[in-house]
Structure formats: C-alpha cells, structure tokens
Design a protein around this ligand. Structure first.
Ligand code: DC
Length: 223
C-alpha cells in the first residue's frame, strides 16, 4: 500500500503533537516531532553556558548529534547519545527555543535531517514549516489553529500533569510571544500552506481531531 507524507503545522498548543502521534499510530506510520529537534539544539546551547550568538550556535551544531528514536511511548529525543526527551520540555528551553530556531544554519541542518527522515513516506511530521518548506509536496497538509485561551489552558494542564505549576496568564503571555516570534522570523516563518486544510481545535476533543486527520489520509489512500 502507498505510504504518504502527512504534514501537520500550527502554532504552539494547537494540538499538533498529540494529533500527529495518534494519527501516526492509527495509520501504522512513524511520528516525527520536529519541534523536539529545535528544542534539543536549544538545550545543547543552554548546557554550554555561552552567550547567544549565531556563530556560537552554528559552531555548536557541528559538534552535536541529535537522534530521534521510536519507543512504545512515542518519539524519544537523544542529544549526544543521552535521552533528553523530558529535559527539552523545561520552561528554560521553551523560553529560548524561538530565537534559536530562527537561525539559518539551525534550520538548514534540521530541515535536511527532516527530509531524510520522511524520504520514504509513511510519516506524520509536525512543526511550523513542514507543509511550506520541508515537504511542500506532502500528500496531506493540515494546519491546526485554536484560540489563545484554549491553547494556554491546555499547556497549563499539561505542565501541571508533569508537576510544574505556572499560571494560565503567564503561559498565555509566553504563547503570544512565541507565536509572534515564530510567525515573523525571516526564514521559514510559521505560515499556513495554501493547500493546507485548516482545522480549528478550540472546541474539539483529541479523538475528533485525530479522526478528521485519519479520515483525510484514508480518503487520499483510497484513490
Ligand atoms: O512545537 P514546539 O513547541 O515543540 O516547537 C518549539 C519551537 O521550535 C517553536 O517555538 C518553533 C520551533 N519550530 C520551528 O521553527 N519549526 C518547526 N518545524 C518546529 C518547531
């Protein structure tokens, strides 16, 4: 059976990761969370304790190894052989990831890796520029949106579940800042591809949004 490429883009907290992971499970595809790769570079820079500069980060890139491995709990992210899947979700990484992901050499390297990972199809890849830059010819492009309030509430609950307590207002502020940064950067900004299907997840359950994505995929596969 043909194996397609599914691109899921959208702003922070729109439900991309969970939807992409569950849709991949349903289809027997590999799920690739590209945000985790930008987060791993950010963590590597934070660990280095160096100033923020393009030169520092571009040099660092030549000396780090990022790997994504599939486990029964979904994707695990490795930095220089160490599993950093939890560390890359820290508030510190989240606060710094947007400026790091706006650097040209970072995008070049990670986009190359992402294209390699999706080369044979059978992937659901989520990010900000998958349908516009990484795979402009993806078979199915989804753009998830949701109100800032809904997104802030989801992130707050997600963090709470992991034992981190932040106010909804603080998370909302961070989301607005990150949206602005991600959508106004010069290289590959967060943008909806013209041929992407938009789904507003503000009032949808994860099951319903997953069902929609799987439905679109099965329709394409049946042709
Ligand atoms: O999806 P996330 O919150 O884990 O993404 C972290 C950051 O990485 C996000 O602020 C923007 C950046 N990113 C990107 O620029 N391009 C991608 N394909 C994925 C993420």
């Amino acid at each position: 059976m043909k194996k397609i490429i599914i691109a899921i883009d959208g702003p922070a907290g729109s439900g991309k990761s969970t939807t992409a992971r569950l849709a991949a499970e349903r289809l027997g595809y590999i799920y690739i969370d590209t945000g985790a790769m930008y987060r791993a570079v950010t963590l590597a820079w934070l660990k280095q304790n160096e100033v923020f500069s393009e030169d520092v980060i571009c040099n660092l890139l030549d000396n780090i190894k990022i790997e994504l491995k599939q486990s029964e709990y979904g994707q695990r992210t490795y930095l220089n052989g160490e599993d950093v899947s939890d560390e890359i979700r820290s508030i510190e990484v989240t606060k710094n990831v947007s400026p790091v992901s706006a650097i040209g050499c970072v995008r070049e390297k990670l986009v190359d890796m992402q294209r390699e990972l999706g080369r044979n199809g059978g992937v659901v890849m989520d990010g900000r520029d998958i349908g516009t830059v990484v795979f402009p010819n993806a078979d199915l492009k989804i753009f998830l949106i949701a109100s800032v309030d809904a997104r802030a509430m989801r992130r707050t609950l997600e963090l709470k579940g992991k034992g981190t307590f932040e106010s909804v207002e603080e998370i909302k502020k961070q989301i607005i800042e990150r949206d602005l940064y991600d959508s106004s950067r010069d290289i590959s900004p967060l943008k909806q591809a013209e041929d992407a299907i938009e789904i507003d997840t503000s009032n949808l359950t994860i099951e319903v949004q997953t069902e929609k994505v799987v439905g679109f995929a099965l329709e394409i596969l049946s042709k």
